[in-house]
Structures are given as C-alpha cells and as structure tokens.
Write a protein that binds this ligand. Structure first.
Ligand code: ZN
Length: 467
C-alpha cells in the first residue's frame, strides 16, 4: 500500500515547506521538493494520490493526557477506547496516552493488565499508557521497574484528592527518588488538596453548593503552592518533573523560575484553560457543572500568561485531560453539592482545531502549533521520531488540514460519547480533512474509514529531553 500526498505545505516543528510525501506501508518513505519532479514518478504505481493543494500536511496529533473509561466518584468517564480514539481521529489526533489507574491496595502491573484489557482490539489509533500511582510502598516502588520494562515509564501522582489518590510529600519524595534511579518521569497533579478540602467543607456548610464554588474553593494560590512544592521535592531528589494541566499564572511563574535555573521541570496546559474561564463555571441552572474539572477554569486574565508560556516553552505541551461525563445522570450527581460533580471535561476531538485558533490569532506560529500538539509530546514521552514528525522512517501518521474551512463546534456534530459540548456554538477556522494512521486512511472528508483494533499499544522509551 502506497500513498502520495502532493502539493501540500508540510509543517513540522522546524518549519513549513511545500513538500511531497511518499508513504509506503506503515511508514513515511520519502519527502521531495515539488519542483524535483520525483512525485510524478511516485504516482506511477501508487495505490492512492492525495492532492493537498492549499492544505497543511502535519504530523498526527499526540495527546498525552486522556482518561477513557476512568472510574471517578462511583461512575466512569463516558468515552471508551473505541469511542474516544475514534473521536481523537476525527480531530486529527493519531496517538493518545491514557492513564491506567492503580486502585489503592492493588499492584501496578495488575492495573496495567486491566488497561490493556480495556484497550486491546478497541482502539482506532495508537495508544500508550501512563500509570496513576496511588500507593507508594516497597512493593509498588519495586514494580515501577517492571512497568518501565513494559513500556510505561511515567507515573502520575496527586497532591489533591485526599483519601483517594492523594500522596504525602514523603510518598512523593520516595517515588521521585525511584523514578530518578530508573529513568522514569513523575507527573504531578499540583493542587493542595488538604487545604482545598477544608475550603470545600466550609463552602458546603455555608450553603454555597453551586458549581461555581468548585472553582472558588480551589484558588490559584493553592495550585501555585503545590507546584512550587513539587518542584522543590524534584530538586531535592534530582528527579525530573512534569506538571500536568497547569492552569494558573502563579503556577506558571514557579515553573518558569525552575526552568530558568536549568532544572528539568516541564509543564503542559489544556485548551480549556486557554479558551474557557471561571465565568463558564458560573453559568446558571447547574450548567456550570459541564465545566467542572480540576484544576478549575480560571479567570480570563490568566490566559495571556498561558499563551506567553506556550511561546517561550515554559509550557511545552498542550494535552486535553479528556475526561468526559454526561450532563444527564453523571454531572447531575452533584446537584445541590458541587463536590459530588464528577471532575472532568470532554476535549480530545477539538485540541488541534482550538490550538489552530492560536495561530489564527497570532499567539503562536504554525511550527509551534505542531510542536506543542505533536512533536514535543512525542519527545517528552519517548515516541519520537516514530511519532511527532513527518520524516523518512516515521510512522505515517499524517493529517491533511484545511486552514480555510469554517466549522462550528457542537454536540450535534462531535463524535465524543458525551451529551454536551464545552464549546457549543464556537466557530473556528480550519478543519481536519484527511487522517492517515500508520499508512491507513482512517478519515476522509467527513467519512470515518478506520476500524477499532487498528490502534496498537506503544511501548515507550524514556523522556527524550533528559540525557
Ligand atoms: Zn487528568
């Protein structure tokens, strides 16, 4: 099977150049300048020729933060590996990394087995796993080694959610030391959960039960404090650190300061923090529940700083933290008590389009768009150059993107298995036209042509930003 993609503008992290692309089997076989005439020869005998005139040709998106079928507060996030990866493909994302959850008291390897069972034969695009480490003890610390051997070398810990995933500073110190020794990465949910729980208790006691109080009881100071503390613990142990879903400018300042001293601290943000705000959490008639996620949406004033961070690489990745819960019956569990609203928002389908608006508005360049949504995530989590770029030998994960198409985001047209859109009615410029996943056209002009079971598990190498 061979595909020739002609006359498009190939965009990678290093630039944007008119280039023809030859795909052979599952890989990119060659690139050529359009005036070399090479594509004329490739076309002879090609199985498929895609005319990409006027289109961007970009590496498939890499979303390193999803929660498919994740248990939370007595329910499960509503996308399965099937529906979630199909929605990803619709949005131009061809690789996801999902979080396998270690329930307290169980082993890490059994958690991995459980996630393999969920994903095996179900995914439409390639996938890898991180592990959520909820118990730190001699046995789990030892097991981290075996996880690394199994291609899972990043471990998420929580400074939030006491009684569920919460890790003490001592736990974090131990896990970071272990991670340092075995070349693994600790990923941190940095919010001070002990203080937040106290604020939540006070709010509920005073009858402040609406969704907006989810945001009010998780002030930016408590994200900044936890971020700063995580950075200090990483410094003491000499471990690298990756801050997930950074939302507040004060937390970004802590990351920036650490990076300025050369410490291996990295951070991601998510589209919801760039495009939505605390005002959405304050929507009437319980509609704010649709926007409950942690950290919470912030006042709009934080967004300029986040875009600044994306330009200067203090924020190096944009992931979605895709964790959908339906409004009916799931979000509604928290009517009358915001603390019972399942935490999470849908987004895996819209990341590439939303970040393209950053290009349209002049916040980021075209190569930077590709870098923060594909190249850096692939490097950060040991998938590059197989994923994250278009080059000879790379997996043929390619998106043909029409930068001039206009679309309106809506629950009526999205493919995520959730009964609302957080971006309902938002008009965006640009749209995914064709998606190639490992040499297979899985989506073309509004038709899904892929299949569940096409997606394969990706055993990952260590973070490629460490030496
Ligand atoms: Zn998450």
């Amino acid at each position: 099977m061979s595909i020739v993609i002609r006359d498009g503008l190939v965009i990678t992290a290093t630039g944007a150049t008119p280039t023809d692309v030859l795909v052979s089997g599952e890989r990119v076989a060659a690139l050529a300048s359009p005036d070399s005439g090479l594509a004329d020869r490739w076309v002879t005998g090609a199985d498929q020729v895609i005319d990409a005139t006027g289109r961007y040709v970009i590496p498939g998106g890499v979303d390193v933060h999803t929660h498919l079928e994740m248990p939370f507060g007595g329910t499960f996030s509503s996308d399965t590996f099937e529906t979630g990866t199909i929605a990803a493909a619709w949005g131009g994302t061809t690789t996801i990394i999902d979080f396998a959850v270690q329930p307290k008291g169980s082993s890490l390897l059994s958690a991995l087995d459980r996630w393999h069972e969920k994903a095996d034969g179900q995914a439409a695009v390639d996938y890898g796993f991180h592990l959520i480490l909820s118990d730190v003890n001699d046995a789990t610390l030892k097991e981290m080694d075996a996880c690394v051997d199994a291609g899972v070398n990043s471990f998420k810990m929580f400074m939030a959610y006491p009684g569920v995933f919460y890790a003490t500073d001592g736990d974090i110190l131990r896990a970071m030391s272990r991670a340092r020794d075995i070349g693994a990465m600790v990923m941190m949910h940095a919010e001070n959960g002990i203080a937040i729980d106290q604020l939540v208790t006070e709010a509920l006691a005073e009858g402040r039960t609406e969704p907006v109080h989810h945001g009010v009881t998780r002030p930016t100071e408590l994200e900044a404090e936890a971020t700063h503390r995580a950075i200090a613990l990483a410094k003491v142990t000499g471990s690298p650190l990756y801050i997930v879903h950074l939302s507040a400018s004060e937390a970004l300042s802590a990351v920036t300061a650490a990076r300025d001293t050369g410490q291996n601290v990295f951070a991601e943000t998510c589209p919801q923090y760039l495009f939505l705000s605390l005002d959405d959490l304050d929507r009437p008639d319980f509609e704010g529940a649709k926007y409950v996620a942690s950290p919470p949406l912030r006042p709009r004033s934080h967004q300029a700083e986040l875009w600044r961070g994306l330009r200067t690489n203090d924020l190096s990745v944009v992931s979605t933290d895709h964790c959908p819960f339906c409004f009916k019956e799931q979000k509604e569990l928290g009517r009358g008590d915001f603390s019972k609203i399942p935490n999470g928002m849908p987004g895996v389908e819209h990341r590439m389009d939303l970040l393209h608006q950053g290009v349209v508005r002049g916040e980021i360049s075209l190569p930077r768009w590709v870098e923060i949504t594909s190249t850096t995530p692939a490097r950060m989590f040991g998938l590059y150059p197989r994923k994250g770029t278009i080059g000879p030998g790379s997996d043929a994960d390619i998106v043909i993107y029409d930068p001039r198409a206009v679309q309106t985001l809506s629950v009526q047209t999205h493919h995520m298995n959730v009964d609302y859109s957080a971006y309902e009615g938002l008009q965006v410029l640009g749209r995914v036209e064709t998606v190639v996943s490992r040499g297979q056209v899985v989506l073309d002009r509004g038709s899904f042509l892929g299949r569940t079971g096409h997606g394969r598990f990706l055993a990952r190498e260590p973070c490629q930003y460490l030496h």
